[in-house]
Design a binder for this molecule. Structure first.
Ligand code: URA
Length: 268
């Protein structure tokens, strides 16, 4: 019977689940899609005996050229002339292994014309599923925080809107912290993202965003203090996921939101 499955059409997660299921059933070897009759197969020519006088020569190992992935990311990102082109460039970027384990590229959400750009850490499970940043519990809290100062990611008017992205566009496995080399590799895309969106101010949500943009961690000391990065005023804030764990810290977050509102007033 002919197989009706087109295995090449399966997505990564389904293919992996099928493979795990077969291993659970006891499969130990990868065979062919179609049956193969070994009785009808042409006989292999007998292997020549190795002569003691001619020891087998090892194949020369070809050196694999080292790719400077950050330099390549920089070149690719700089070529993008619009946010759509940048998203397409990221989608085609093959040097980050996170891409292979993720369901979706999580590029951005909100209004790209917004005065405020928020940079988070990386997609979690919900964001990976939906392909949008900050849609899980932390994202819902973020939306409520923004609403408290009359900002809304869906607002059509740039004064009332926010634009949201992350340091990493692909979910790290088991939500582990991004590795320094992943941050370094993808930073050129983030820098170009800021350049193309051209917000008036940037909010850095949590330590990873501070690390990627300011090169420093220590959010409890950094938060609430305006700095400059990418040629813009930048405000580090506690990550909404931290606020879910430590609700008492919402007082500081409220102070930072008021500081953001005041800053927008001074810049308009
Ligand atoms: N946390 C983040 O930093 N980003 C998201 O998109 C979701 C949770």
């Amino acid at each position: 019977m002919e197989s009706t499955y087109d295995l090449s059409a399966l997505d990564y997660h389904t293919a992996r689940a099928l493979l795990e299921w077969q291993v659970e059933l006891g499969a130990t070897e990868a065979l062919l899609d179609a049956p193969f009759n070994r009785y009808e197969a042409p006989k292999e020519a007998p292997k020549a005996k190795k002569s003691a006088a001619q020891p087998a020569q090892p194949m020369p190992v070809q050196p694999v050229p080292e790719v400077d992935t950050a330099a390549e990311a920089e070149a690719v990102a700089q070529r993008a002339q619009s946010l759509d082109e940048l998203e397409a460039a990221l989608a085609a970027f093959e040097h980050c292994d996170l891409k292979r384990g993720a369901r979706n590229l999580v590029f951005a959400d909100g209004n790209p014309a917004a005065r405020v750009m928020i940079i988070g850490e990386a997609p979690g499970r919900d964001e990976d599923r939906e392909g949008k940043p900050f849609v899980g519990r932390a994202g819902q809290l973020l939306d409520r925080m923004l609403a408290a100062i009359d900002l809304d990611r869906a607002a059509p008017v740039s004064e009332d809107a926010v634009y949201i992205t992350n340091v990493l566009p692909w979910r790290p496995p088991q939500n582990r912290d991004p590795k320094p080399e992943e941050i370094a590799m993808l930073r050129p895309f983030l820098a170009r993202h800021v350049e193309l969106a051209a917000p008036d101010v940037i909010i850095l949500m949590g330590n990873i965003a501070c690390d990627a943009v300011l090169g420093r961690r220590g959010i409890t000391r950094l938060r609430g203090n305006w700095q400059e990065a990418f040629g813009k005023p930048v405000l580090p804030m506690l990550h909404p996921a931290d606020l879910l764990r430590k609700p008492a810290a919402k007082r500081e977050a409220w102070a930072d939101l008021l500081s953001l509102k005041a800053k927008l007033g001074t810049l308009s």
